[in-house]
Each structure stands twice: as C-alpha cells, then as structure tokens.
Design a protein around this ligand. Structure first.
Ligand code: NAP
Ligand code: MG
Length: 488
C-alpha cells in the first residue's frame, strides 16, 4: 500500500469536533469556604487560582484555608451533630440525601462540564461515570439511613460524631459523594477538604446542599492545600478521618492519629495487575486494558498499570493493543469524542514525564501513539513499555498517568507471584475464558477488587478498598456504613 493511501485512510478516521457546550454553566469568579450553611471568606483573606489544565487558563479564585477556618467548620459541625442531625429521625435524614441525589441528577450536565473544565477529564467520563455515580451513591445511602439496625442486626449502631474527610483530584465530585453520603446516612456531620486543583465541583455541591435545605453545619467544605488537610487530621474535635489519596500522605495521617482516639480509614494508591491468559477473548481484553490505563489519563487509583500477558499470545496481543492505541483521540476534554483528556496539573505532567524518561534510560522498548498533542495544556501520549523488568520502578511505583508496563508470564503460579509482588493491593483484572481460572486467581490475588473479563466497573452497592499499602477500610455497599459507625 502506498504511503499516500495510508494517509488518506487516516484522514477518513478523523472525527469532526463535537464539543459539549459550556454556555449553561455558572461559575463564580471567587469561591469562599462553606461553613455552617453559608459561604464565608477565608480568615487569611487569601485566594488561589483554579486552572483549566487543558488551556492553562484561570477558571476561578478559591479560598485558601487555615487553622482558623478549620476551627470554625469543626464548631459548626459539632453544633449541627449535637443539636440537629443526631436527634433527627433517620427517615428524615434520608429525605435530605434523596433530595441531594435528585438535585445532582437535575444539574448533571453542569456538574459534568465543570468537572471536565477544572480537572481535565473527558466529558464522556464525567458525564457517563462521575456524575451519575455520585448521584447513585446518595440514592443508595439514603436508602440505608433508617435501616441501619437491619444492616447490623443485634449490634446497636450509632454515629461517630464529626468526620474529617480529605479527597484527591482524580474523581472530585464522586469522591465527595463516596465520603459525604455514607457519613450523613449514619448520622455524622462532615468537614471536607477537596484537592487544591479540583475544588470547583465540591463548591457547586455546597451550593446544591444549600438549595436542598440540609440543616446548617451538617456539611462544611474548607478549600486549600495539604496544610488544611493536616489541620483537619490534627484537630481534637474530629472523631474520624476518612482519607483518599497517596500512600505517602496516608502514612503521615496514620502517624498523626496513632496516639489519639480518632478512627481512620485510608484509601490509598495502587499498582494493579491486568492479567491476560491465552484463552481470553482477545479483542475484549484489548479494550479492557485500554479502558484500564488510558481512559481518564491513567488518573485512577485502580488503573491497570501493569499488563501481564501470557507469552504464547504476546505478539498478537501487543500488536492489537498498539493498533488500538493509535485510534485513541487525545485533546479537548469537552469534546465528546475525546478518549484521553488533559493531565490534571503541571506537576503531575512532570512526574509522569519523569517516569517515561526513566523507562527510556533503563532501555525498555517504548511505544507511544503517533497522535499530535494540543499546543497548550498538559497532555501526554498514551505510552507503553514492553518487557519491563520486575525490579524496575516502572513496574513497582504508582505513576498515575497513561503509562503501561508490560510483562509476560507462562504459568498461573508465576503470574500470581509477580502480580502480588507489590506493596500495593487495591485492584486487579483477569481475562480468561475459564471460570475455574477466575476463581483460582480471585482467591489468590492480594487485591481488594478483582475484575474478571471487565475492568474499572463501579457500583454503590459494591465495597471498594485495599490490601497492604493501598490502605484499609471499605467504601461502598453495606461495608461502607461500618466505617462511619460505632457499635455498643
Ligand atoms: P495526595 O497528594 O495524597 O492528596 C490527597 C489529598 O490530601 C488532597 O486533598 C491533598 O491536598 C491532601 N493532603 C496533602 N498533604 C496532606 C497532609 N499532610 N495531611 C492531610 N492531607 C493532605 O494525593 P493526590 O496526588 O491528590 O491523589 C492521587 C493519589 O490518590 C494516588 O496515589 C491515588 O492512587 C490515590 N487515590 C486512591 C483512591 C482509592 O480509593 N484508593 C482513589 C483515588 C485516588 P492538596 O489538594 O493540596 O494536594
Ligand atoms: Mg483545576
């Protein structure tokens, strides 16, 4: 085939731009903290910028929190807990949660667009995954609020009190929902800190909470950097810390709370193994690998960042994978065709680039799709390293970007040993036609979630959480309730 012919074919596969409209969204120039049902100026008087990572343009100014703001929020949360929320019949509490869920659904388009503008993720993901799942979590836990005695028969569950919640930037609204919904359903009140780079949808949620009529002080949101998180963790008036983020910060939090009465749950990093056997449905597995590591820029704690492919199918599998990588569309997060949006921040871009440079230095075979990257914004091509050594940092450390480390295996025992040879244990994937193999692997892989012939599937009824350095405690399902309760 001539070169010209190939080029013509490529052009015929390009989609016309199909950007989601941003004309219907309402973003203020400046956002204050949400304390005791009202928006309050930061004690510091300072604000920081929230940036659109696809354009590097400022979107809004966000209040910079400090210890005084945290103090106010904890007082409001304690007051609401003692005088309103705990004494309210559980069936009444449920009504507020149902209302919040319905309001999220009503404003789903606005939330989706803001999530993609502020965080860089493709609109397809924020529209179809983040926002519907956030609403689903509120619906699900609303249903439990007045049925806790049935969830835990003969155990008299009661709320913990004021809960401090700290969340990361990869699923901003969804993580807020994962935290707030079960905490409130169990009768606790909340002080939440979103990640510095993605505060906007949490603040839009604060507006929505105001509209829902939720009693003042039940949910308080303080924005700012890691120092605000540390203030929340160290505050004596907080009964429980729920944290999602890096293992590094998780360890700091664990040290801080070690000598206190505070309860803690930690959802931390991961380095998931996606294992493809020779009897797997190959095209389906290729799609699963792509979904596991490239969609959402690899900004997923459970990203399938290590691919183990059985040696006998390595060539055909890697060829199909590379072909599929070539078709991925990278660019404007608001375009409905986009598969891979912007990397969340400049510092994350540099971290990922650092790992790609390391892989090159270590001499592993590099493949990147030949797409053009936008001139502005933080973007990285989908990247694959073949035959990565088990000892390499590429195979051991969480990159949190669209970088796949490929290894091969021959036997089941070999792949289980390799897959488990990591300090993490959040998730894994198994691709095979044999049910017996699936059961064998799911019982021997040390990971909180093991997906079989699918990947990255979430549901509020299903618990999620880690083994080893991926943290402890579960979110979602009935298990997610016990993280916010004590038992007599
Ligand atoms: P991170 O740096 O640990 O930050 C998470 C949150 O903690 C942010 O709000 C951050 O504030 C805050 N923080 C930073 N230092 C703190 C301190 N000393 N004390 C208290 N809070 C502090 O993690 P990230 O880079 O934002 O997020 C990516 C990580 O989250 C990855 O490791 C990923 O695997 C993990 N993650 C895990 C799950 C899960 O369910 N297991 C889900 C999603 C993400 P700033 O906003 O200033 O950074
Ligand atoms: Mg931003």
């Amino acid at each position: 085939m001539s070169k010209k012919k190939i080029e013509t074919e490529k052009i015929s596969w390009e989609y016309a731009a199909a950007p989601e409209s941003a004309s219907h969204i309402d973003i203020k120039e400046k956002y204050d903290h949400f304390i005791d049902g009202k928006f309050e100026k930061p004690s510091s008087g300072k604000y920081f910028d929230s940036i659109n990572p696809a354009t590097e343009q400022k979107i809004a100014s966000i209040a910079e929190g400090n210890s005084k703001d945290v103090e106010k929020a904890v007082i409001a949360a304690r007051n609401a807990y003692d005088n309103v929320w705990l004494v309210m019949p559980a069936s009444e509490r449920a009504k507020y949660l149902f209302r919040i869920a319905r309001l999220i659904q009503e404003k789903a388009r606005e939330f989706a667009v803001i999530e993609s503008l502020d965080g860089g993720k493709p609109i397809r993901e924020s529209r179809d995954i983040d926002i519907p799942l956030a609403a689903a979590h509120f619906f699900y836990y609303a249903g439990w609020a007045d049925k806790l005695e049935y969830a835990f028969p003969n155990r008299k569950p009661t709320a913990l009190g004021v809960v401090g919640q700290i969340i990361p930037w990869n699923f901003p609204l969804l993580m807020a929902a994962w935290k707030i919904a079960p905490a409130l359903a169990c009768g606790n009140t909340v002080v939440l800190k979103p990640a510095e780079t993605t505060s906007l949808t949490a603040l839009k949620l604060a507006e929505l909470i105001q509209e829902s009529g939720l009693p003042d002080g039940v949910v308080n949101i303080i924005t700012g950097d890691g120092k605000v998180g540390a203030e929340i963790v160290g505050h004596k008036g907080i009964d429980k810390i729920a944290f999602t983020g890096s293992t590094e910060v998780g360890k700091i939090i664990q040290k801080t709370v070690a000598r206190t009465e505070k309860k803690v749950t930690l959802e931390l990093g991961g380095k998931a193994a996606n294992i493809v056997f020779e009897d797997a449905p190959i095209d389906q597995a290729v799609e699963g690998i792509i979904n596991g590591i490239y969609f959402n820029q690899g900004h997923v704690c459970c990203a399938g960042s290590r691919l183990f492919v059985q040696e006998s199918i390595k060539e055909i599998f890697i060829k199909k994978l590379k072909d599929r990588m070539e078709t991925l569309i990278i660019g404007n997060p608001l375009d409905k065709n986009t598969d891979i949006g912007a990397i969340n921040s400049k510092s994350q871009l540099e971290t990922i680039q650092g790992y790609i440079d390391l892989g090159k230095r270590e001499g592993f075979e590099l493949f990147q799709s030949s797409c053009k990257l936008p001139k502005e914004g933080y973007f990285i091509k989908p990247t694959l390293f073949s035959d990565v050594a088990q000892s390499s940092r590429l195979a051991k450390e969480e990159i949190f970007g669209p970088v796949l480390a490929v290894q091969t295996f021959r036997t089941v025992d070999e792949v289980i040993e390799k897959a488990n040879n990591t300090p993490y244990g959040l998730s894994a994937g198994v691709w095979t036609d044999k049910g017996s193999k699936i059961f064998n692997l799911t019982s021997r892989l040390r990971a909180g979630v093991v997906w079989a012939n699918t990947y990255n599937k979430f549901d509020p009824t299903s618990p999620f959480g880690g083994y080893k350095e991926s943290g402890f405690g579960r979110e979602g399902g009935i298990h997610g309730l016990s993280a916010y309760l004590k038992f007599d």
